[in-house]
Design a protein around this ligand. Structure first.
Ligand SMILES: *Cc1c(COP(=O)(O)O)cnc(C)c1O
Length: 388
């Protein structure tokens, strides 16, 4: 299984999936291990393989976890059956009574889970505008706050939080910092390098990249007791990834860098083109100079600003829905991070208490030709404004 040296560039390590070679067969692509159980030694131990049962020990995880750990610069990685499973495992590794702080605008399903399940389970959940570092500092309760959760850039307004500053605030209060880095991916941001203790990914999105796997992952900065607790949550609550999905995730990650770079370049071109367009009131994208945290984005984001942006239509909610109804290259669907471009009216999927404005369309920009993407949006905006 000897692989490539870690000193190689991340895009090399990703393309070669760390260069692992199967020792038995010489295969350069790993096997899928559906086995649920593993041979026990004659002396009744499990010393030979160390593997007992697949809920904890599936060998198909090893390479994808090692690759993600290397790309994030971590001390351990775990794959999960979904992004939600990864995120909730981290919260479930805390103790009832612990105080946790999360962003007021963040990935909707996790916000709902925190508001509902996590509160009744006993976590003391507080939401703050976490890009506002003063508000974050005020929310800290030293000795009580166990975890600060960040999402940057955050769904679907794409606020950028200064991870280094947030981790200083969290650590000063004795709390750990976790970053949902799904929309950035390790290509664009490496939260552990800015002091975060954990990185979470919906592997469903950029890591896999092809809208055909639900998966999640956590990466840790320290292989400590708390990380063992997270491992035990995965094992005992059983939110494990299937071996086939794990294999697909690794395959998807081989092209992570060129996919994310192309999507980021396309997103920046779209953001620049439609900023100032008469049908568009505002473009929300960290790569624009007009973005309120553009300076932080320049420091913290590398290789572009990601493939996610939102546009707000001048003519309001009906115009936004009409644009989504009339695109032909952008597909009308939720989710993000695939090679194909998606468009979504977020407010209507999030429901009545959503903080998302009705005139907003969220775009997950793919890797198609930029002329086709800009042309498609322009014609849909033209059709929508004739109808309005
Ligand atoms: C999709 C997503 C999740 C949840 O991931 P699933 O794989 O759908 O469970 C969490 N955070 C963000 C930012 C996401 O986009």
């Amino acid at each position: 299984m000897a692989g490539k040296p870690d000193s190689l560039k991340p895009e090399t390590l990703a393309a070669n999936a760390l260069g692992w070679i199967d020792e038995k067969t010489g295969a350069i692509v790993p096997a899928i291990h559906p086995s649920t159980t593993f041979l026990r030694d004659a002396d009744n131990s499990y010393d030979t393989t160390g593997r007992v049962y697949s809920r904890a020990d599936n060998p198909t995880y090893d390479q994808v976890e090692a690759l993600l750990n290397t790309l994030e610069g971590g001390q351990g990685a775990l794959v999960f059956s979904s992004g939600m499973a990864a995120a909730t495992a981290l919260f479930m590794s805390l103790k009832p009574g612990d105080h946790v702080v999360a962003p007021s605008v963040m990935y909707w399903s996790l916000r709902n889970w925190l508001n509902d399940f996590a509160r009744t389970w006993g976590l003391d959940v507080e939401f703050v505008q976490s890009a506002d570092l003063d508000a974050l500092a005020k929310a800290m309760r030293p000795g009580k706050t166990a975890l600060v959760w960040l999402e940057t850039p955050s769904n679907p307004l794409w606020d950028v939080t200064d991870i280094q500053a947030a981790s200083d605030i969290a650590h000063k209060a004795g709390a750990r910092l976790a970053v949902d880095s799904t929309s950035a991916s390790p290509v664009i941001t490496k939260p552990l390098a800015f002091g975060a203790d954990y990185v979470m990914h919906a592997g469903t999105k950029y890591l896999n990249g092809h809208s055909d796997v639900i998966a999640g992952a956590l990466v840790t900065a320290a292989d400590d007791d708390h990380w063992n607790r997270v491992k035990s949550v995965r094992k005992n609550l059983g939110a494990v990834l299937g071996p086939f999905e794990s294999w697909l995730l690794l395959r998807g990650m081989r092209t992570l860098y060129p996919r994310v770079r192309t999507a980021s370049a396309n997103a920046l071109d779209i953001a620049r083109y439609f900023e100032g367009h008469p049908g568009v009131a505002e473009v929300l994208y960290p790569g624009l100079q007009s973005h309120p945290q553009h300076e932080i984005a320049l420091r913290q984001m590398t290789d572009g600003f990601g493939g996610m942006l939102s546009i707000r239509m001048s003519a309001g909610t009906a115009a936004a829905i009409a644009v989504a109804a009339n695109t032909k290259v952008f597909t009308r669907a939720t989710s993000l991070g695939g090679v194909e471009s998606l468009i979504e009216h977020r407010a209507s999927i999030e429901g009545a208490d959503s903080p998302v404005p009705g005139d907003l369309l969220r775009l997950s920009v793919g890797i198609e030709a930029i002329e086709d993407l800009i042309g498609d949006l322009a014609q849909a905006i033209a059709v929508a404004s004739r109808g309005a």
